[in-house]
Design a protein. Structure first.
Lengths: 364, 108, 175
């Protein structure tokens, strides 16, 4: 059966929720779908206070931002389908959805906003398939969502913000983080994040990587090793660690399958995680009826995901005639301003440049 | 591997209705609505399945239902992603060997 | 483990800012030894977009400015040592300090987001930026108020010979 909706938002994480709310506020009729049984994406695992300014809800914990977004969605009476997997997009408008893993629904949408997020990268090494080796996000899910500590003694691989924030959260959950290793010669995450972990007594090892994990039914120990300038292990620098869990925080890759299956043109952005859909300043892809927001457009953070969601929601609604020109111009400028503020400083500037390159390529 | 009873941000673990599940023939009490993987890890289960040829142990990897490393046979149905499937009263869960088999007789 | 990583190697190697890096930064100012009131000390030395320290201060004693990537600067003349910024900072990078608490004891009030919390009167181990125990302290107050959104602020007296070194406490073992 074919239903009709004005705007279908795929993914109810911070980007999708923000897009749905922004569009719904203009009066557009929004259908928000998510494959999970609970909305929020990765937001409900972020128990730390966010950065930014008041505009970005700085100082508020991710979990509380998430709760507020859900409440706003409820207040606006947005139609939400959970346990709803989008399996394909045809003719640039027809969204094939399987509900409750049981029955198919086809929805013809005037506009589609894809906010499907990203997936953690894997790093393989001998023993990496042992139970106890998991993504840093998996450990974060277990401790903050399911309230189960997945081990007792942890090795964290990767010192980007995900690695150091999850290390901190593992300590908060009662875990013993034995070490954080970083293959590069310098740590990647924010200094304030690494400082919290360091003053809790957790050592950081730059120019180090994991050599192997050992164990019978589960991880029982691991060996880390120092790397030379060519990223090769230096013989004699191996160190054994008494750990039962190894968390891998080696970056994320945008989940772009739906966009490319729909026919969106791709562009390669190494800094932002790989192949992403080409888009313009309004987050519209090469297909005029399809927009993107959040990590699918390039891996950044929850704060930028929400801003991109608001931009996509505003622009999609405007393209359907729901927003007058003055409101649109003001809203567009405000959204860009908020995004620019987040993409500033020694960490943010690189992401700003990478985003600008995508938009320039699109225009070129 | 244990439940987090006290947490500085999330607070105390709230009381929960418990459900009875059977794991490899043994009774286990789990919190109603929690994910199978969480219940099993809280009980100390080391691995969830073994691979078909070399019988290597596997547990969770991505934790959000994308990688299928955590699959087990649940109520006779193989390849159920335990990290995103909630426990239910009377659920029969088996460590899966290889691909598992669609065999409701064996499952119960 | 055997590998010695010296704190002088700095923030991007050890994870903690070195004293040299802090002294070079515009934001870090250790309150002078003769100051009577507590003073806010900020150890946020990278330009990230963030300004709750500025917006939370009721005295306007912390300045970030329009470019929220600017490093925060504390005006110690305006700072009353109220401690609101200590809990407001999302990076937990601010604490209050005073050299002259009483006798040969200094005073620190730092953010803490772990359980169990210490109790008033308890003797605890105090750590430096590398997490090494440098001395012991006495807990004077444990502040956990709703406004601080689950960030406890612990007030401790400790030997003033460790005035600059100490930044936090060693976490207590689980109950």
């Amino acid at each position: 059966m074919m239903l009709e909706r004005e705007i279908v938002v795929v993914g109810a994480g911070p980007a999708g929720l923000s897009a749905a709310l922004e569009a719904a506020r203009t009066g557009a009729r929004v259908l928000l779908v998510d494959e999970n049984s609970k909305p929020g994406g990765q937001l409900f695992k972020q128990i730390h206070k966010f950065f930014g300014s008041k505009d970005h809800q700085a100082g508020v914990r991710g979990i509380d931002i998430g709760t507020q977004l859900l409440k706003d969605a409820e207040d606006l009476d947005i139609e939400v389908w959970l346990d709803a997997e989008v399996c394909g997009i045809f003719n640039q408008s027809d969204v094939w959805i399987v509900r409750n893993r049981e029955h198919t629904v086809n929805v013809r949408a005037k506009r589609i906003i894809l906010a499907t997020g990203a997936v953690e990268n894997a790093v393989n090494f001998p023993g990496w398939t042992l139970p106890g080796v998991m993504g840093a996000g998996a450990a974060q899910t277990m401790i903050n969502l399911h309230r189960v500590l997945p081990g007792e003694r942890f090795l964290m691989i990767g010192s980007g913000n995900v690695g150091v924030i999850v290390s901190y959260q593992l300590l908060q959950a009662g875990g013993d983080v034995k070490a954080v290793v970083e293959a590069a010669p310098r740590l990647g995450g924010y200094g304030v994040h690494t400082a919290k972990v360091r003053r809790a007594g957790v050592p950081f090892y730059t120019s180090h990587t994991v050599l192997e994990a050992r164990g019978t039914d589960h991880v029982e120990s691991a060996t880390i090793v120092q790397l030379d300038e060519s990223w090769k292990p230096i013989a004699g620098t191996e160190k054994d660690l008494d750990v039962d869990t190894i968390c891998i925080a080696a970056g994320l890759t945008p989940l772009v399958e739906l966009a490319f299956a729909a026919g969106c043109a791709p562009v390669y952005s190494p800094l932002l995680g790989g192949m992403v859909p080409l888009h313009d300043r309004s987050m519209r892809t090469s297909i005029p009826s399809i927009y993107i927001a959040g990590d699918i457009s390039g891996v950044e953070e929850a704060s930028t995901a929400m801003e991109e969601g608001r931009m996509a929601g505003l622009c999609a609604a405007h393209s359907l005639g729901y927003v007058d020109e003055d409101t649109y111009t003001y809203g567009f400028a405000a959204a860009e301003g908020r995004m620019l503020a987040l993409r500033s400083g020694m960490f943010g500037q690189k992401r700003r440049d990478a985003k600008a390159a995508i938009i320039a390529y699109n225009e070129g | 591997m244990r439940r987090i009873v006290e947490h500085p941000v999330l607070g105390a673990l709230p009381e929960s209705e418990m459900v009875r599940i059977i794991v490899d023939g043994e009774e286990l009490w789990a919190r109603k609505g929690e994910m199978i993987a969480a219940a099993l890890m809280a009980s100390g289960k080391q691995y969830f399945r073994k691979t078909i040829k070399v019988h290597e142990p596997r547990g969770i990897y991505c934790g959000i239902g994308r990688c299928t490393d955590c699959v087990m046979t649940v109520n006779g149905i193989p390849n159920v992603r335990t990290c995103i499937t909630a426990v239910e009263e009377g659920m029969v869960i088996q460590t899966q060997m290889g691909y598992g088999a669609w065999n409701t007789q064996e499952g119960q | 483990m055997g590998i010695e990583i010296h704190e002088d190697l700095g923030l991007k190697i050890t994870g903690a800012p070195s004293l040299e890096q802090l002294h070079e930064s515009v934001c870090y100012q250790l309150p002078p030894e003769d100051r009577r009131a507590l003073g806010a000390v900020i150890e946020c030395i990278e330009g990230i977009p963030c300004n709750p320290c500025e917006t939370s201060c009721p005295q306007g004693a912390i300045i970030v400015g329009n470019e929220i990537t600017n490093l925060p600067v504390v005006d110690l003349d305006k700072c009353t040592g109220c401690g609101i910024c200590v809990a407001a900072c999302p990076g937990l990078a601010i604490y209050l300090k005073k050299y002259l608490f009483k006798e040969d004891l200094a005073y620190i009030a730092f953010p803490f987001e772990y359980v169990p919390l210490p109790t008033e009167g308890q003797t605890i181990d105090m750590v430096d930026r590398m997490g090494s125990v440098v001395c012991q302290g006495t807990v004077l107050r444990v502040v956990k108020i709703k406004k601080n959104d689950r960030t406890a602020v612990i007030h401790v007296s400790y030997p003033n010979e460790c005035y600059e070194q100490v930044v936090n406490m060693k976490r207590l073992p689980a109950v």
